[in-house]
Design a protein around this ligand. Structure first.
Ligand code: ZN
Ligand code: ZN
Length: 304
C-alpha cells in the first residue's frame, strides 16, 4: 500500500509550554509532503522527527491565530537557506498574503524559490488542491475568526490486474492498461472475458480529516463520514464545556462525539490547553465515548 501518514509536530494550544509545541503536522502521501499549520518551533520539530522538509510544496493554514502560523516565516526563510527551488504554495485565508507579504519582503528577499498564496474562503467546503492521486478540500469550522479544517482524500485507484490469470490466458501486455481502466477482453477466437473476471478491486480510498480549531460542530458530521483518521481539537475536559464554548473550542468528549457520529475509524485528539500537565484525563474522556482514540504527542506518526 502506498504510504499515507500524518506526523504530529505540535499539539499544544495558544500558550507555549515545555510539554507541547504549538500546532503543526506533516501529511505524507506517496512521499509528497504537505504541511498543515505551522506554529512557532515547527522547523525544529521537522528536524527532530527527521522530516525531509525540502519536499514540502504546499502549506495549509487553518486560520491566522499565532499558534497556527507564527512558524511560517522562519520555515520559509530556512527553505531559502537550504536552497530549495521551485514553488511553495500557501493555502490560507485571503488576509494571509497581506499579513505575511510584508514580512517576506523584509526578511526573505531573494529566496531561490517562489511563494504563491492560494486564498480560500473558510465559509464553504471547496477543493483547494488536486493531483492525479490526492485531493484536499476545506472543512468550514466555527471559531473566533474564520477557520477551515482540511480533508485529504486519496482518489480511487485502478483495480489490480490478476497477473496469473492474464498470463494463463496469454493476454498481451499491451492490453493491460485498457483492462485496468475497465475494458473487457476478447481472446483471438472471439471469446469474451468480462472485466470483473480479470481484475480485483483496489482498496477503498483513504481519507484524513483535520479539524482544529473549532467549537463542537455537528454540521461537520456528514463531511467526515467514514474517514480513516480524524484529528480533532480537544482543548478542554468536558467539565469546562462553558469555557470551551466561550473561547470557541471543543472538549475531549465533544471531539469523540463527532468521531462516533461520523463513523470514523480512528480519532486523534490534540490542541491541549496549557492547564493540563498530562493528557491522560483528556484521552480517557474521549475514549469513554469513542474507544479508538489516541492522544497526539510530538513525533507521533499515524498510518492510514
Ligand atoms: Zn489554536
Ligand atoms: Zn485559534
Amino acid at each position: 500500500m502506498d504510504c499515507f501518514n500524518v506526523t504530529i509536530l505540535g499539539c499544544g494550544s495558544a500558550t507555549p509550554t515545555l510539554r507541547h509545541q504549538p500546532t503543526a503536522q506533516v501529511v505524507n502521501f506517496r512521499d509528497k509532503l504537505f504541511m498543515v499549520d505551522c506554529g512557532e518551533g515547527t522547523q525544529l520539530e521537522l528536524r527532530r522527527h527527521k522530516q525531509k522538509f525540502q519536499r514540502i510544496g504546499h502549506i495549509f493554514l487553518s486560520h491566522l491565530h499565532g499558534d497556527h502560523c507564527f512558524g511560517l516565516i522562519g520555515f520559509l526563510s530556512t527553505l531559502g537557506l537550504v536552497q530549495r527551488n521551485g514553488e511553495v504554495v500557501i493555502h490560507a485565508h485571503p488576509d494571509a498574503e497581506q499579513v505575511f507579504g510584508s514580512q517576506l519582503k523584509y526578511f526573505c528577499r531573494d529566496l531561490p524559490f517562489t511563494i504563491r498564496f492560494a486564498p480560500f474562503s473558510p465559509e464553504v467546503s471547496e477543493i483547494i488542491y488536486e493531483d492525479r492521486t490526492l485531493r484536499v478540500r476545506t472543512l468550514p469550522l466555527r471559531h473566533r475568526i474564520p477557520t477551515a479544517g482540511f480533508l485529504f482524500e486519496e482518489l480511487p485507484r485502478q483495480p489490480h490486474l490478476n497477473i496469473a490469470r492474464a498470463t494463463a490466458l496469454n493476454i498481451p501486455i499491451s492490453d493491460y492498461v485498457a483492462i485496468k481502466a475497465g475494458a473487457d477482453w476478447k481472446d483471438p477466437s472471439g471469446l469474451l472475458y468480462p472485466n470483473e473476471t480479470l481484475v480485483a478491486p483496489a482498496a477503498a480510498p483513504r481519507k484524513y480529516a483535520y479539524c482544529s480549531d473549532t467549537v463542537y460542530l455537528p454540521a461537520l458530521i456528514p463531511l467526515l463520514e467514514g474517514v480513516d483518521l480524524l484529528y480533532h481539537e480537544a482543548t478542554y475536559l468536558h467539565e469546562l464545556e462553558a469555557l470551551a464554548h466561550e473561547r470557541w473550542h471543543s472538549t475531549a468528549r465533544e471531539a469523540a462525539m463527532i468521531a462516533r457520529d461520523a463513523h470514523v475509524r480512528q480519532l486523534c485528539i490534540g490542541h491541549y490547553s496549557a492547564r493540563y500537565q498530562i493528557t491522560d484525563e483528556l484521552l480517557a474522556e474521549a475514549q469513554s465515548v469513542f474507544p479508538n482514540t489516541v492522544a497526539a504527542t510530538e513525533g507521533l506518526r499515524l498510518e492510514l
